[in-house]
Design a protein around this ligand. Structure first.
Ligand code: NAP
Length: 524
């Protein structure tokens, strides 16, 4: 494969950066597949173009028309599905299943928001909640509305979902009426770059509605203005830097952060080994450890098991993990591909060594392990590692996210309140699951861990057949979590538009307000 030069699509043109380039490698072979640089690209002009061209073009459209753009984007990308899946494997080490998770997740989310746009119809803004009488006279009235912000949405994404991450953020922003400047993580950016090429070639969006910065962000974020927004997905360390930038701190640009998360799964004390619920628990924990080689922000990292079910849980998980082959992601039957980059492998190895200080490995050891279809010593491979700690409060387990195929079993008494409290030691997460068929156990754990979690997944025999598991982020439900997870909120159907819109209160003469309200979409 020749080395592709990745350019950025800004100001309505493809621009190739100069100076220092970053190399993108195939994580299976370590072969360089592309180079990216943003040196010399005028980021201030990129944002200005989006505000001046893209924003008015989008904001004059109705929700239904914006929805049509999203549907066109979904269809255009779907047309190139096979090529995108292949690129996802070459550039991100994804198995075909993992590649579909990202690429089909992207087109599916665009189509979901397209349909939402159709439902919102001819309006250009949303009314919010019930109106309220403000004085003794019923004439003096109050309402709330959501109008598109007068700025640009900058999206900075993580390496693990270059397709879905780009699309899920763009879908909400574009439907709300804000133009997008999207910056994928450099290591896997070739997929987002190719998607943008397709959208440009197919002339899907009006000029300035969608731009791509491929490579380092440079000084992009220094030019955020007061009505712009920044949606970030990545590590807490980067998030902390971005929160302190001048656009956010001094000019009041809005920021949403999706960051680290030590997601939890709790096995209820009522669950019998071999039952449907037990099998669901085993299946979903192992899927989360192995899908995308564990590089999923929602992947289960901490597995809480009642003391007297420890042996059965360990055996079940080890047996299922032993059936998952690690190796060449293009090979049938391989479930775990390589990690996405060398630095990713280094970080995960470091995390495994840290966990070895407080837990024993009951499956895997942090090495490449036995690899299927690999006859060289290249590639960023690590076979899954399952730890077990005797101390459920071991600090390293709750404090550091190991972003790879790694999780730890932790014992608890079986008391729902204790399980919830232990989940809270993770300092806030994206998703936590309880597996139980007993209402008191399920509701006790679910309600207890809800304040620490953006989403709570209740696994039981009744949903074992349908369960999508905690790892899948659905456009219908909110994605985000408190504390360490960043405190952000994305998706959740219409809720996802809120970040890109200004909630404005109106007060005045009721008949006038009612007439204004009729121009918007009725209460959401
Ligand atoms: P990262 O190193 O923080 O990078 C994330 C993004 O930030 C990349 O696009 C990166 O660009 C950019 N970036 C880094 N420094 C920057 C700066 N000073 N100014 C502007 N942009 C900057 O994270 P990652 O390694 O890609 O992703 C792994 C982390 O993401 C994990 O901790 C995981 O938990 C988290 N994650 C969270 C979610 C969620 O939804 N909550 C989803 C996925 C991943 P370059 O690549 O060019 O450096």
């Amino acid at each position: 494969m020749s080395v592709q030069q990745l350019s950025s699509y800004v100001c309505g043109e493809w621009k190739t950066g100069s100076g220092k380039t970053a190399s993108l490698k195939n994580p299976t072979t370590e072969e360089v597949i592309a180079e990216a640089s943003t040196g010399g690209i005028d980021m201030a002009a990129a944002l200005a173009y989006a505000r001046e061209q893209g924003m008015p073009a989008l904001q004059e459209l109705t929700f239904a028309q914006r929805g049509q753009l999203l549907m066109a984007a979904s269809k255009a990308l779907h047309k190139y599905r096979d090529e995108l899946l292949e690129l996802s494997t070459t550039s991100g080490g994804n198995t075909r299943g993992d590649a579909k998770f990202d690429v089909d997740g992207a087109t599916g989310t665009l189509a979901f928001y397209a349909k939402l746009g159709e439902r919102l119809g001819e309006a250009r803004f949303l009314m919010h909640g019930e109106g309220v009488q403000l004085s003794r006279s019923p004439r003096y009235w109050g309402e709330h509305m959501l109008v598109p912000r007068r700025g640009v949405a900058v999206h900075v994404n993580a390496f693990n979902f270059p397709a879905w991450g780009t699309a899920e953020k763009a879908a909400c922003a574009l439907l709300a009426g804000m133009p997008v400047v999207s910056k994928p993580a450099t290591a896997t950016s070739i997929l987002a770059w190719r998607m943008t090429q397709i959208l440009v070639e197919e002339k899907v969006f009006p000029a300035g509605a969608f731009s791509l910065v491929c490579g380092s962000a440079g000084d992009l974020l220094d030019h955020l203005g007061c009505f712009d927004v920044l949606a970030f997905t990545g590590s807490s360390d980067t998030a902390a830097k971005l929160r302190g930038g001048p656009g956010v701190l001094q000019r009041g640009a809005r920021i949403n952060v999706e960051a680290d998360s030590l997601n939890a799964a709790v096995l209820g004390r009522d669950v019998e080994p071999g039952s449907d619920t037990f099998d669901l628990f085993v299946r979903e924990v192992v899927r989360d450890m192995t899908q995308k080689a564990g590089q999923k922000c929602t992947a289960i990292r901490r597995i809480f098991v009642p003391q007297d079910l420890l042996e059965a849980a360990r055996e079940g998980l080890v047996e299922e993990l032993s059936a998952q082959r690690t190796g060449d992601p293009t090979q049938r039957g391989v479930k775990v591909g390589p990690l996405a980059s060398e630095s990713q492998l280094r970080d995960v190895r470091g995390g495994v060594e840290r966990l070895k200080g407080c837990a024993k490995a009951v499956h895997g050891d942090g090495s490449r392990g036995e690899l299927t279809g690999i006859d060289h010593d290249k590639g960023y491979f690590m076979s899954p590692v399952l730890f077990e700690a005797s101390d459920a409060r071991a600090e390293a387990v709750h404090a550091h996210e190991v972003f790879g195929p790694v999780a730890t079993i932790l014992p608890y008494s079986g008391d729902p309140a204790e399980a919830a409290e232990l989940v809270g030691l993770g300092q806030g997460g994206l998703v936590a699951s309880i597996y139980s068929d007993d209402f008191d156990v399920a509701s006790g754990v679910a309600l207890g861990m809800a304040p620490y979690s953006g989403r709570v997944n209740l696994g039981s025999a009744k949903v074992a057949e349908q369960s999508l598991g905690p790892g899948a982020v659905l456009p219908q439900l909110i994605h985000g979590g408190p504390g360490r997870a960043g405190g952000g909120e994305e998706l959740g159907g219409l809720r996802g538009l809120g970040f890109y819109m200004q909630r404005t209160a109106l007060q005045g003469y009721k008949p006038v307000l009612e007439k204004i309200a009729k121009l918007g979409h009725p209460s959401v």
